[in-house]
Design a protein around this ligand. Structure first.
Ligand code: MG
Length: 160
């Protein structure tokens, strides 16, 4: 196949006493995302989109949260592992589009930093990644500041 696309979604609970990481950028906030790893829901959604495009299952199968080796791991390392699978399968990333859904904190001031970080991790040009951030209009767990969710879609293109 010349092209492949995949979708990813993730949600993590916001709790006190954790640092907040989104797109491998530490964002100042009173709470952080709970998780076996650093809880970076955005990176997890991107990993799942890439794994989806490869028909490689999901992040939980590749990096089980029961495995102590992934305890507290930086999600950027997981993304690099997934990126190397894309390469190994003979594909490169064509583009990625993401939506982060967070009632708080305001993410607009961090979007360019997140973009730069993910582009660097995936060796992507800036026009191959788009980041959208929105609130949940005060609705549900995300709107109630109990969680942050992220959606991602990725398209891959054959290298040869
Ligand atoms: Mg996750």
């Amino acid at each position: 196949m010349q092209y492949k696309v995949g979708i990813g979604y993730d949600i993590h609970r916001l709790i006190e006493g954790r640092k907040l990481f989104l797109g491998a950028v530490e964002i100042p906030y009173i709470k952080g995302l709970l998780g076996h790893s650093d809880g970076d829901a955005l990176i997890h959604a991107i990993c799942d989109a890439l794994l989806g495009a490869l028909a490689y299952g999901d992040i939980g199968e590749h990096f089980p949260d029961t495995d102590p080796k992934y305890q507290g791991i930086a999600s950027s390392l997981l993304l690099e592992k997934v990126s190397s699978l894309v390469d190994k399968e003979g594909y490169k990333i064509n583009n990625i589009d993401v939506v982060i859904v967070a009632q708080e904190p305001k993410l607009l001031p961090f979007k360019s930093q997140i973009k730069e970080k993910i582009c660097c991790l995936l060796n992507l040009k800036e026009d191959a990644l788009n980041i959208k951030a929105k609130t949940n209009e005060g609705l549900g767990a995300v709107g109630n500041k109990e969680a942050i969710a992220a959606y991602a879609i990725a398209s891959l293109i054959r290298k040869d």
